[in-house]
Structure formats: structure tokens, C-alpha cells
Design a protein. Structure first.
Length: 374
């Protein structure tokens, strides 16, 4: 059986960042405007007054301090509260494909490869900007890759599911070198007028290159020891946006056509499940949690990650063992655990082992055990 190795990772970070204070100021201005406009209905009890948001709640409940975004002005303008992203002509590269190419260049550099060395492209993310042609095929064309490409979506677990797909492809021989890339424009589908979730997401793109260790140029990559995926249907994180929305005009613009979650329930249900999944996955590979150098967990909630890591390890890990990027990037859906891996992998010594783990809507979860080669 071929040994598949991650030989390169890449990260594209948008230029603009929004702090909690900036986001909350915009939200609270909107709240004041809404309550003033509807003062009489609120007074009569026909409408509920909106409640302000608070930066200290956001940081305490989630660990998020800021987020990078593709458009800052439109999100912060209380009149719009939507990123303003101009539609491009068909002849121009789409925004997601452009982000993907930028992240890929970095991954190729680390792998010591040219784009023409790749023969398969997977775009794996929670939100795809169009139905077809596949964004991945556009990325393939922009990079000049001969072979095949496809898009896939398992929400926050798209990257780990994509890694398993890529690994299986290399092992079976259906591809030699796979690019798995995660262009996440989460702010396009976030309701910035919803107090419960307006602070959660940011935009970013990550890239991972998977290839056969025998032919890899980078001999210091990360061997994939094993992958494990899990899914179990739940409505607790849901977005009803889809191609049938136009067939029911009355409900087309309802709030459920954007991200909605029952965050408390997700926290309670998913955290123990993920901790057990990692524990079982390690055991199935005859590995001890005590031998883990690091856990690169999905970046949704700092407290959730602390709970999971503590359950797996048996003690509260420090930043080095369980790094976070939530403070700077917020939740970037499928890209979160890959940002953490990208930023905090260089100090690994040959033979050291870690786990990349994602979890989210579906429910879905993925665990990837890696060991530094070399
Ligand atoms: N400011 C001030 N107070 C607030 C705010 C706010 N913004 N929001 C809520 N509160 C209040 C509530 O009203 C409540 O008050 P009270 O106690 O008086 O009723 C109190 O704070 C507590 O509210 P919650 O119970 O909601 O707060 P939690 O402590 O549970 O924290 C979190 C909320 C941070 C959302 C938390 O529940 C969480 O992170 N849960 C895990 C969620 C998770 O992991 N989800 C995964 C989703 S990601 C995914 O799957 C990808 C989807 C695809 C991407 C889509 C892109 C858009």
C-alpha cells in the first residue's frame, strides 16, 4: 500500500480584519435604528425590541476576537450588513477560484512542485459560489493542471473528508498528486443581523497537497497514518439556501436561507462525540494519547476545543499542544483546523505524531492522524 504524505500546505488571508468591537458597534447601531423605527409596535407589544450584542460575551463564549473578511465596509455598514462583492463577468476568474490559486501557490512552494505536477483538484468547502461549472475545474484550468477536478461540501468537515478522498485516490492510483483546497467565504452566508451568530465566521482559504511518499520531493512532509470520518444527521446547524428557493417566492428570503444553529445543543452533543472519536481512532492505530505532540482541532469554539482536548489527553493542554487561531480568524468552517496545522507544524520533529480534526454541520466529523516524515 502506498504511503500518502502531506507535502505542502498554503494559506490565503484576506487583507481586512474586523475586531469584535467594530462588529458589535455596527450591530448595536442597527439595533438602535430598528428599535427607534419600530418604537410604537414595540410599545404596544406587537414586536419584540432587539437586544444589543457585547464584545466581552463573544470573546468569553467563543474565544473569537476578530475575523478576516473579503469585504469590510458592507458588513459594518448598518444599512447593509452584507459583504459587498461585485459580480464578475464569466470571462474573469471567480473569487473562490482566485483565493484557491493564491493558497495553492504557497502549498506548491513547500512541496517543491509546479502546478503542472498535480493531476487532481478537490475544492472542499461549506459554501460554493455557484452551482456549475465546478469551482475546482476552474481552479484546475487557472493552475494548468491536467487530469480531473471536483467540488465537495461536508460543511466544516469538508477538508478532512477531502483529505481522505485525496489519500484514497493516491493509494488506489487514480491520481498521483492531489490538491485539496478550501476557499471559505463564510461571511456571504452569515446573518450579521442575528445576535446569536453575527460574530462567528470569517473568510480565508487553505490548501493541502497529498502525494505518494516514494515520489515526493519534500521528504519532510507529514505521513497520513490513518483517517476516520463520521456523520449523523442533525438539524442543529442548518442553511436552507438552495436552487429550489425561487420556487417558493414567499419564503425565499426567510432567515433560514442563511446560517442558523442551536449553538448550545451543538456544543453539548458534538464535543463528547468528537473526543470519543479521536480516542477510538488513536486506539485503533495502537497509539496512546500521551504520545500526541499536538491536536489541530476545528476552530469553532475555544471552550469546546479545551473540553475535547482535555477528554482525549486527560489533562488541560497548553497552547503548544492545542493551538488556536480562533482569536485572529474566528470560525472559518472547513479551513479552521488546516490554518492551525499550517501555522503550527514547522516545529515538528521526525516521528512526532499529531491529529487534525474537524467537526460541524451534518453532523460531520473527520480525524486525520499524521506523523512527521524525514
Ligand atoms: N452578545 C451578548 N449576549 C449574547 C449574544 C451576543 N452576541 N448572543 C447571545 N447572548 C446571550 C444569550 O441571549 C444568552 O443570554 P441568557 O443566558 O440571558 O438567556 C447568553 O448569552 C448565552 O447564550 P448561548 O447559550 O447562545 O451562548 P453559548 O455560551 O452557548 O455560546 C456559541 C454561543 C458561541 C455560539 C456556542 O454555543 C458555540 O460556539 N457552540 C458550538 C457551535 C459549533 O461548533 N458550531 C459549528 C458550526 S460551524 C459549521 O458547522 C459550519 C457551517 C457552515 C459554514 C457557514 C458559513 C456561514
Amino acid at each position: 500500500m502506498k504511503q500518502v504524505v502531506v507535502t505542502g500546505t498554503g494559506l490565503f488571508t484576506p487583507e481586512n480584519s474586523i475586531s469584535n468591537d467594530e462588529l458589535v458597534a455596527s450591530y448595536n447601531t442597527y439595533v438602535d435604528m430598528f428599535n427607534a423605527k419600530n418604537a410604537s409596535a414595540i410599545e404596544k407589544g406587537e414586536l419584540e425590541a432587539m437586544t444589543p450584542s457585547a464584545s466581552d460575551f463573544i470573546e468569553k463564549a467563543s474565544g473569537i476576537k476578530s475575523r478576516y473578511v473579503m469585504d469590510k465596509a458592507g458588513i459594518l455598514d448598518p444599512e447593509t450588513m452584507v459583504p459587498q462583492i461585485e459580480e464578475r463577468p464569466n470571462e474573469a476568474p471567480s473569487l473562490q477560484a482566485e483565493m484557491a490559486v493564491k493558497a495553492t501557490q504557497q502549498a506548491l512552494d513547500e512541496a517543491g512542485l509546479e502546478a503542472s505536477d498535480l493531476d487532481a483538484v478537490i475544492v472542499a468547502c461549506a459554501n460554493l459560489q455557484r452551482a456549475y461549472p465546478a469551482i475546482s475545474i476552474e481552479v484546475q484550468s487557472l493552475l494548468g493542471v491536467e487530469g480531473f477536478a471536483f467540488d465537495m461540501n461536508v460543511a466544516c468537515s469538508s477538508a478532512t473528508f477531502g483529505i481522505q478522498m485525496g489519500r484514497d485516490m493516491v493509494r488506489s492510483g487514480s491520481a498521483k498528486r492531489v490538491l485539496m483546497v478550501n476557499p471559505e467565504i463564510c461571511t456571504g452566508h452569515l446573518n450579521f443581523r442575528d445576535r446569536d451568530s453575527h460574530f462567528i465566521f470569517g473568510d480565508v482559504c487553505t490548501a493541502v497537497i497529498l502525494e505518494d511518499s516514494e515520489t515526493a520531493k519534500n521528504k519532510n512532509g507529514f505521513e497520513i497514518i490513518d483517517t476516520k470520518l463520521f456523520s449523523d444527521f442533525s438539524n442543529n446547524i442548518r442553511n436552507n439556501f438552495g436552487f429550489l428557493n425561487r420556487t417558493d417566492a414567499e419564503k425565499r428570503d426567510d432567515k433560514d436561507k442563511l446560517f442558523i444553529q442551536n449553538g448550545r445543543k451543538v456544543f453539548r452533543e458534538v464535543s463528547p462525540l468528537v473526543a470519543q472519536m479521536i480516542t477510538d481512532h488513536l486506539a485503533a492505530n495502537n497509539l496512546q494519547a500521551s504520545g500526541l505532540r499536538r491536536m489541530w482541532l476545528h476552530q469553532a469554539n475555544r471552550n469546546m476545543n479545551n473540553f475535547i482536548a482535555k477528554k482525549v489527553l486527560g489533562y488541560e493542554p497548553d497552547f503548544d499542544q492545542q493551538p488556536t487561531v480562533l482569536d485572529e480568524y474566528a470560525n472559518t468552517s472547513s479551513a479552521g483546523s488546516i490554518i492551525a496545522f499550517h501555522k503550527y507544524k514547522q516545529d515538528f520533529k521526525a516521528g512526532e505524531t499529531g491529529v487534525i480534526c474537524s467537526f460541524g454541520a451534518g453532523y460531520s466529523a473527520g480525524s486525520v492522524i499524521v506523523r512527521r516524515a524525514g
